[in-house]
Write a protein that binds this ligand. Structure first.
Ligand SMILES: Nc1nc2c(ncn2[C@@H]2O[C@H](COP(=O)(O)OP(=O)(O)OP(=O)(O)O)[C@@H](O)[C@H]2O)c(=O)[nH]1
Length: 359
């Protein structure tokens, strides 16, 4: 399942709307820019402005390519770099031949840049834009108009910049809230499929192998029952802290259920993931949580296999975790590879890596 909404479609949940925000914005701005500018091609052509008509055709083609790339490839065509270039050239040239009728287009174009480009690039592009429009206005209009145009365009850019900056901050915060678990700060399930899929692609394209570890606290329900829900929450927070302490910057820690955590380890073979899982279980059982709550955990390890989907990869890990629980808990079980990869000549994985962690 792909959690990213397709551009142009309404996201089914607020979380997805937050994650697809930038994509939707780029899509809609290009769509409406195309709708507004396409008729002008004919108008300029009929007025004998062939060069401007040609530039507007390029603008429309770029808008269509951006829309098509977003829809069919989920990428941003040339990272949106052509829009500012064509917008500046078209607005400046149109103003120089059409006067005020061309000038009016510079205001929506300057505003759009702040929503299409990264903030620094948008500021740099708009400084160039305002300077060019100021020069054209100085040459084309009386001095009083030149000052009015320069200040009003500059002010439009300033307001758009403040608005885009605040919206960007808000979107970052919403994304953080939508993708992390508020109790432990771990990633939640929102991007799970996208992240696992990206590791699968690394395996398929570059033979770079990732592994995942599932860790589930043993008999956690008794903690809630004996010490209360708040103590249970503090145990979960401490659990996340202990796991995080042992992980690398590039590892990704998820809380995927009540007391179940998942760690995705890039470029890590099963053997190394297995030894990390043992160390993590040791760090959980070695010292009591809070003052005197002793706990153990069970874990499973699964290296991604060729040709499998993210859900099969996760399911293998899940089955191995179930096995660890049913073998008595407080141990690591390595997931066997799927049958088809064993047939393709890969070494079969150990199925008996179930050394008790304690003792
Ligand atoms: N304090 C607290 N408890 C939670 C949270 N989420 C889930 N739980 C509790 O976690 C417990 C999970 O219980 P079980 O699924 O039976 O698992 P367990 O007791 O750890 O047993 P095994 O996994 O089989 O070893 C339930 O009591 C849930 O109410 C949470 O955010 N905070």
């Amino acid at each position: 399942m792909n959690y990213m909404p397709t551009p142009g479609s309404l996201a089914p949940t607020p979380t997805l709307a937050v994650l697809g925000f930038k994509r939707q914005l780029v899509y809609h701005l290009h769509f409406w820019a195309f709708v507004a500018v396409a008729p002008l091609v004919l108008v300029q052509w009929q007025q004998g402005h062939e060069l401007l008509a040609g530039l507007l055709v390029l603008f429309c083609v770029n808008a269509l390519l951006v829309i098509a790339f977003l829809r069919f490839r989920q990428t941003y065509f040339l990272k949106g770099r052509l829009f500012p270039l064509l917008a500046v050239v078209c607005a400046a040239y149109s103003t120089s031949i059409n006067g005020h009728a061309g000038l009016y287009w510079s205001y929506p174009a300057a505003t759009a840049l702040f929503f299409l480009l990264p903030l620094r690039e948008a500021i740099a592009s708009n400084v160039v834009f305002v300077v060019i429009m100021a020069v054209v206005s100085f040459v084309k209009f009386p001095e009083a108009d030149f000052w009015r145009i320069t200040f009003s365009l500059g002010l439009t850019c300033l307001f758009a910049m403040i608005f885009a900056w605040l919206v960007g901050k808000l979107q970052q915060e919403l994304t953080r809230l939508a993708t992390t678990d508020p109790l432990t700060g771990c990633l939640n399930r929102t991007q799970l499929s996208d992240i696992l899929n990206s590791h699968i692609q690394m395996r398929e394209r570059y033979e770079r192998v990732s592994s995942l570890i599932l860790i589930d606290l043993d008999y956690f329900k008794t903690i809630n029952d004996q010490w209360g829900h708040l103590a249970g929450d503090r145990v979960l927070t401490e659990m996340a802290r202990r796991l995080r302490k042992r992980l690398r910057e590039s590892d990704q820690l998820f809380r995927i259920g009540g007391e179940e955590f998942m760690i995705v380890l890039p470029e890590t073979r099963q053997k190394d993931a297995d030894s990390l899982a043992h160390q993590l279980l040791s760090s959980i059982s070695a010292r009591p949580f809070l003052d005197d709550i002793s706990l153990t955990a069970s874990a499973s390890v699964a290296e991604v296999s060729q040709g499998e989907t993210w859900s099969i990869w996760l399911k293998r890990a899940d089955q191995a975790l179930y096995e660890a629980k049913s073998r008595g808990r407080n141990q690591v079980v390595t997931a066997p590879r799927p049958i088809h990869s064993q047939e393709q000549g890969q070494a079969p994985a150990r199925d008996d890596a179930s050394d008790p962690v304690s003792g």
